[in-house]
Write a protein that binds this ligand. Structure first.
Ligand code: HEM
Length: 139
């Protein structure tokens, strides 16, 4: 990738630091409330999304090379394991990605960075699906 988004805090800065990430996550959960395709994954979340918004914002801060706020506030997390109790299949993974795609679209980001984010976020999203498939098989 020409702009080296994966190095040091380049992605964190491209995302607009904490204020930018928080805006992205707010848009993401707003789409989750609105999009018919996301009704199923919305229903998996608590009624009040305030903590979900904070947790995803904090997680993405560290994930993008900025301050590791999730770890500081909540401790270590392995994203696939944190989702393995949920029923996430391909449709749920795609619904999550769709909310993120819409949210990214309305940010004032470079086109390249939007594409980079979607590609990179697909990796943990797909790992969540796999972790759920494995844990269902074990039950
Ligand atoms: C694959 C589709 C996904 C679905 C359907 C999904 C759904 C959920 C749900 C239902 C929760 C629990 C909310 C709660 O009880 O408070 C959650 C928590 C969380 N998710 Fe996801 N998620 C997905 C992918 C991801 C990805 C790709 C990331 C990170 C890049 C992520 C980051 C988080 C974080 C940080 C939490 C908070 C965990 C905690 O502290 O308990 N999720 N997710």
């Amino acid at each position: 990738m020409s702009k080296s988004y994966g190095t040091l805090d380049a992605s964190y800065r491209a995302a607009g630091e904490l204020a930018g990430i928080s805006k992205l996550v707010d848009a993401f959960y707003d789409y989750m409330q609105e999009l018919p395709e996301a009704r199923g994954i919305r229903a998996m979340h608590p009624e009040d999304l305030t903590e979900s918004r904070t947790k995803l914002t904090y997680f993405l801060s560290g994930w993008l090379g900025g301050p590791r706020l999730y770890k500081e506030h909540y401790g270590s997390i392995a994203i696939p394991r944190a989702h393995s109790h949920l029923a996430i299949g391909a449709a749920e993974r795609d619904a999550w990605m769709l909310c993120m795609e819409h949210a990214l679209d309305e940010q004032d980001y470079d086109k390249d960075f939007k594409r980079y984010m979607l590609e990179q976020l697909y990796v943990p999203a797909e790992r969540c699906r796999q972790a759920c498939a494995v844990s269902r098989r074990d039950n």
